[in-house]
Write a protein that binds this ligand. Structure first.
Ligand code: TRP
Length: 348
């Protein structure tokens, strides 16, 4: 069986949160452990992050190492996975430049994820061309390394689609050179798009509704206790609603029967708990405490490992520098067939 080349990435604009964890990090660690790959890369997308943070490069700089701390804390193993910095691979910029010829501006404007971001950021009027182009640069990230599989969240689906369109266009113009890739989404719908604490759309830094992997136990407790539930469930006796109740959405994502035995033995499973809530007589504080215990059990080892790792930042630097050197070698190598196909390898 042909082995995969796996690549994914994150913008270093802040610490990673629970949405990243269920949406992509868990899958990365699983793939890493299954070992069915030739190569596995994680790219720190600083250039992409700059496309909407060009006025605040300090933010990107400060988060570069933080994001690697998050990776290692969840179990990404730098001896198996090449972690590298986008801006330190100039071939990516070069690739992007040629790919820009293969996409129309109107196609870029139709990318649903980009459209959403433009709306969120009120950029409708003055779109920097760099921002509009970031899906093209992402196509370069993916294809330069011959990627076959991209573990990512649903918001990345339009990027993969656009990448494969570029690949087909390239191949039809310059001959079969690049391969298409597939996205690997999380198993469950909830994990595909974990809502934020406020129950609003997805967990997102800019909306300030995140639980970070690096949050302290106190921060975690405070956040869980402030979560959106059912606004009409005021007294304990009131009948409660499960649908759209963020605490139950999270329980759906994280809870199993073992946690009941440990933290809430008067119930056997989530269905029992939900029924009680629906019928009235179960207070929000109780379900929130239960959720806190579960999340704290999941996040404590991650938090502790992160603190341990942060005591030696020179090790983190070493991981980034060595990973980037490795990725650069692959990039230079893979660039050759690309230039040959485009007939710009004049003196080879
Ligand atoms: N767009 C991704 C994000 O916003 C980051 C990213 C950049 C990426 N290049 C990639 C993801 C290549 C997967 C593959 O998080």
């Amino acid at each position: 069986m042909k082995k995969e080349i796996i690549l994914t990435g994150d913008r270093p604009t802040g610490h990673l949160h629970l949405g990243h964890y269920v949406g992509s990090l868990i899958n990365r660690v699983k793939l890493q452990e299954e070992g069915n790959y030739d190569k596995m890369y994680v790219l720190i997308a600083d250039c992409q992050a700059l496309t909407d943070n060009f006025d605040n490069p300090t933010k990107i700089r400060e988060n570069l190492r933080e994001i690697v701390l998050d990776y290692l804390a969840v179990g990404i193993d730098p001896s198996k996975v090449t972690i590298f910095v986008q801006s330190m691979i100039p071939e990516l910029a070069e690739y992007t430049f040629y790919f820009m010829n293969l996409v129309t501006v109107s196609r870029l404007m139709r990318n649903p994820t980009v459209k959403n971001e433009l709306k969120e950021k009120n950029m409708d009027e003055s779109i920097p061309s760099g921002f509009l182009n970031y899906p093209v640069s992402q196509a370069a990230d993916i294809t330069l390394f011959n990627t076959t599989l991209v573990p990512a969240g649903v918001d990345q689906e339009p990027m993969i689609e656009q990448t494969n369109e570029i690949v087909r266009k390239f191949n039809s113009l310059y001959g079969e050179t690049l391969n298409e890739c597939k996205i690997l989404l999380p198993d469950s719908d909830i994990c595909k798009r974990l809502p934020g604490l406020d129950g609003n759309s997805k967990m997102s830094k800019s909306l300030g509704n995140c639980i970070y992997l690096s949050d302290t136990e106190d921060e975690l407790k405070r956040k869980v206790m402030s979560m959106y539930t059912d606004p009409n469930h005021i007294k304990i006796e009131d009948k409660g609603q499960i649908e759209g109740n963020t605490v139950f959405t999270y329980l759906d994502a994280f809870c199993n029967d073992e946690y009941f035995k440990k933290y809430l033995p008067e119930y056997h499973n989530l269905d029992e708990l939900k029924n009680h809530y629906r019928n009235g007589g179960l207070g929000d504080v109780k379900i929130k405490k239960f959720l806190f215990n579960i999340l704290n059990e999941i996040l404590t080892p991650i938090r502790e490992k992160r603190i341990e790792l942060s005591k030696d930042m020179s090790y983190i630097d070493k991981v980034i520098i060595e990973g980037t050197e490795k990725a650069r070698c692959d990039a230079i190598n893979n660039m050759k067939k690309f230039k040959h196909a485009m007939k710009i390898d004049y003196f080879e």
